[in-house]
Design a binder for this molecule. Structure first.
Ligand SMILES: Cc1cc2nc3c(=O)[nH]c(=O)nc-3n(C[C@H](O)[C@H](O)[C@H](O)COP(=O)(O)OP(=O)(O)OC[C@H]3O[C@@H](n4cnc5c(N)ncnc54)[C@H](O)[C@@H]3O)c2cc1C
Length: 317
């Protein structure tokens, strides 16, 4: 059984279906990749739709520019073609049984499963900033790997978690030489030197909102005297955490609740596997798909060993 119908979960389901395994996928929400799509579908008031970035995900070889919705629909259709039963249900509890199986409780189903593949992803904890939810994934960007190219050479403002600011600002600097951090944080000597060497500006202030004119981001407003800092793109160093507490209830997890796994996706609990962002916060779509594919043979081999053990017991009886 797979929990999570993003790239990682669907990829695992595709493999397991093609291996003739009965595969149930519970997907109780939306993949993180839909962040961009949602903004496009419901632009903040006053925004011209044409001014928004298109809802395509990028940075995925072979799928460049493909609309997110089309990509996910195709992935789901492929998993279904090989027998995956995808249910739009949230899994709220998985309890190991004495016989080695698991009771899985979802919003509309209670099923027994031999194996669990956690592909539940991560969520981004955004600060309560005016206009931020609407601008998330478009004017407030999360990683230059995904869309730094689209704003290369523009004026960047970086804000967010103090401990990640120096890293984020110097990372996005690779895409533009015009980078300003807005934060009241006092950087340690090592970080301050790094920022100095790259000529990254630091403005000691607090961002209160985003400023748009004619549907275009033109700056950020700040707390000090209602000031405004001009920019073309903002980057947020945001907190990321596991989207689900299921891993923490079943196996060893790290400090943000992601399953600790070996290189093949095995967790500390026999029969439970984790893939994609569920065990690797920085996995992109390509990594997530690859992890789902890689865990498929491992789960299949685990099931084979179970069948062999059962047959051994039956023959011995
Ligand atoms: C703004 C933005 C832009 C991005 N752009 C790109 C890009 O251009 N290229 C790229 O490669 N990557 C991009 N990414 C990263 C991409 O979103 C992730 O790499 C990818 O979504 C990880 O796939 P996943 O399957 O591990 O997790 P997800 O896609 O997040 O899927 C997890 C699924 O599990 C479901 N789920 C969670 N808990 C439960 C539960 N208890 N029960 C049932 N279902 C559950 C969720 O609802 C979700 O559908 C971007 C991310 C963001 C935020």
């Amino acid at each position: 059984m797979v929990v999570g119908g993003g790239a990682a979960g669907l990829s695992a389901a595709l493999f397991l279906g093609r291996a003739g395994r009965s595969t149930l996928v519970f997907d109780g929400g939306k993949s993180r990749i839909f962040s961009v799509e949602e903004v496009w579908r419901a632009p903040p008031s006053g925004h011209a739709r044409a001014a928004l970035c298109d809802p395509a995900h990028r940075e995925h070889l072979g799928f460049d520019g493909m609309p997110t919705a089309a990509f996910m629909a195709q992935a789901r259709a492929e998993a279904v073609r090989y027998g995956a039963d995808i249910r739009s249900e949230h899994v709220y509890s998985i309890v190991p049984r004495k016989d080695g199986l698991f009771w899985v409780e979802a919003t509309g189903s209670r099923v027994a499963a031999r194996t669990i593949v956690l592909a539940t992803g991560v969520i981004d904890d955004l600060p309560p900033l005016s206009g931020l939810p609407e601008a998330w994934g478009r004017d407030v960007r999360v990683c230059p790997c995904f869309d730094g190219y689209e704003v290369r050479g523009k004026r960047f403002v970086v804000f967010g978690l103090p401990e990640r600011l120096a890293h984020m600002a110097s990372w996005v600097w690779m895409w533009s030489r015009d980078v300003t951090i807005v934060s009241r944080h006092s950087f340690n000597e090592a970080d301050a030197e790094r920022l100095r060497l790259l000529d990254i500006n630091i403005i000691s202030d607090e961002i209160t909102g985003l400023v748009h004119r004619d549907g275009k981001l033109v700056g950020v407003s700040t707390a000090s005297g209602g000031g405004e800092i001009a920019c073309d793109a903002t980057w947020i160093a945001a907190e990321i955490r596991a989207a689900s507490g299921l891993a923490a209830s079943l196996c060893e997890v790290d400090e943000i609740g992601l399953a600790r796994t070996d290189k093949d996706g095995r967790t500390s609990r026999s029969g439970v596997f984790a893939v994609g962002n569920a065990d690797n916060a920085v996995a992109h779509l390509a990594h997530a798909s690859a992890a789902g594919t890689a865990v498929g043979p491992v789960v299949t081999m685990y099931l084979l060993e179970q069948i062999l053990a059962e047959r051994r017991n039956t023959k011995a009886a």
